[in-house]
Write a protein that binds this ligand. Structure first.
Ligand SMILES: [Zn+2]
Length: 427
């Protein structure tokens, strides 16, 4: 049964479709989402941008059309029916991406985290003082992530305030929903020219709203963490950082901060762990730490591409979910594609099953949910699926787009894996 999805506002949703009022979905959306994953769509319409501020007012079946038109005061002739090979899906939510690292994307995957930071990342990030260089890379990363279907992204910039603001401007120009963090770090012995004075770090952070971004434990003093915690609390801001990515990093944190029981406590006691926090990786978090995450309502960003590239570890997604911890996916590694993040999430899960850590692996539907609704849950939960009251943040997928990276076959059809009695559209 076809469904009707309506948004409150008649703004243009995508340049290609120019939809106003209502859209009729060609089939139940559950099947549409599944179809996307099975055919591995990389070619979504680049013009299908997030549509901030448009709320979904109803999701109903097609046979209710006449009644709905009366109730909501629209003309049935204004409805645009999607063709058989088109469908909507929730925009992808990238909960962890380093915009400056896009300049070396696809390379530099031969070292572990701390060596990788020193050899490649810190020297590269230091170049973002130059606004010309920053503008070129930041423009490309925003365009690329949008093209890959990322309608919402949680960005790390660098320690440079002006170019972090430039990144925010570029994002705004292209219409992506995003959080931009000016990275804070007042410790860096390996590349000392790439760090800040504590007071400057705090003061400069106030210029870029709204996500507080201590890089990670080893690059911050306790004074900086504490001041950033105060700032987050005072302005009710989101927080992002890294946690327990590698065992080597955890040892550094233990040596630097012996008064804290564990890495999670370091952030928690400095007021950086709450329902507005997204922590990347968490591969080696203990049960006890996961319980604190759950209690505080803090989210984890699973970045399997990065974890495999740097031999950091494998996050046990099922264990995290059992602890009721919010969990989304992040690209965070050598690919800026959330589709890659979904694939690598499956690989990570499969590897845990191969090694008999888990009895079963994740399903593709579960991985897709993490890439949309899961990510949204750590970022105010206003998008991520098509529920009434949420903002309409969607991708219009055309599986027959020209220059498509995959082939469609005449026998292909949407497979309905959703509960047919459920008219709500959820991943
Ligand atoms: Zn990261």
């Amino acid at each position: 049964m076809p469904s009707i999805l309506s948004q409150q506002n008649t703004s243009e949703i995508s340049a290609k479709s120019d939809i106003a009022g209502c859209d009729i979905l060609p089939d139940s959306t559950g099947s549409a989402v599944t179809s996307l994953l099975q055919t591995e769509v990389d070619n979504w319409d680049p013009s299908a941008e997030g549509s901030e501020g448009i709320s979904i007012v109803f999701v109903e079946q097609m046979d209710q059309l006449e009644q709905l038109a009366k109730t909501w005061g629209f003309k049935t002739s204004d409805i645009r029916q999607l063709s058989k090979h088109e469908f909507f899906m929730p925009g992808l939510v990238d909960t962890h991406i380093h915009a400056p690292q896009y300049s070396f994307t696809g390379t530099r995957v031969d070292l572990t985290l701390l060596q990788w930071l020193t050899a490649y990342t810190f020297p590269t990030e230091a170049k973002y003082q130059d606004s010309g260089f920053a503008e070129e890379v930041y423009t490309r990363v925003v365009r690329r992530t949008l093209k890959n279907g990322t309608t919402t992204a949680c960005y790390f910039a660098t320690i440079h305030t002006d170019t972090a603001l430039l990144l925010a401007e570029i994002i705004d120009k292209f219409g992506q929903r995003a959080f931009v963090g000016k990275v804070c770090m007042d410790v860096n012995d390996s590349v000392p020219q790439y760090r800040e004075i504590t007071a400057d770090s705090v003061q400069e952070t106030e210029r870029v709203q709204p996500i507080i971004t201590p890089r990670f434990g080893p690059s911050c003093t306790e004074d900086l963490l504490n001041a950033l915690g105060d700032l987050a609390l005072a302005h009710d801001l989101h927080v992002q950082s890294h946690i327990s990515e590698t065992e080597e990093e955890i040892k550094v944190v233990e040596n630097m901060f012996p008064a804290y029981q564990n890495y999670t406590e370091l952030y928690d006691k400095n007021k950086l762990l709450n329902s507005k926090t997204v922590m990347a990786h968490g591969c080696h978090l203990s049960e006890e730490e996961l319980k604190i995450f759950s209690l505080r309502g803090a989210a984890i960003s699973h970045c399997p591409n990065s974890n495999f590239s740097m031999r950091s570890g494998v996050l046990n997604v099922q264990k995290v979910l059992k602890h009721n911890v919010k969990l989304g996916l992040g690209t965070g590694g050598y690919s800026a594609s959330m589709l890659d993040a979904i694939r690598k999430t499956m690989v990570a899960s499969n590897s845990l099953q191969i090694n008999k850590v888990n009895e079963t692996g994740l399903t593709i539907e579960e991985a897709f949910q993490l890439a949309t609704l899961g990510g949204s849950q750590g970022l105010d939960n206003v998008i991520g699926n098509f529920e009434v009251g949420k903002e309409f943040d969607a991708l219009l997928i055309n599986t027959k787009a020209s220059d498509s990276p995959f082939d469609l076959f005449s026998a292909d059809e949407f497979e309905n894996l959703a509960d047919p009695s459920d008219s709500a559209i959820t991943p």
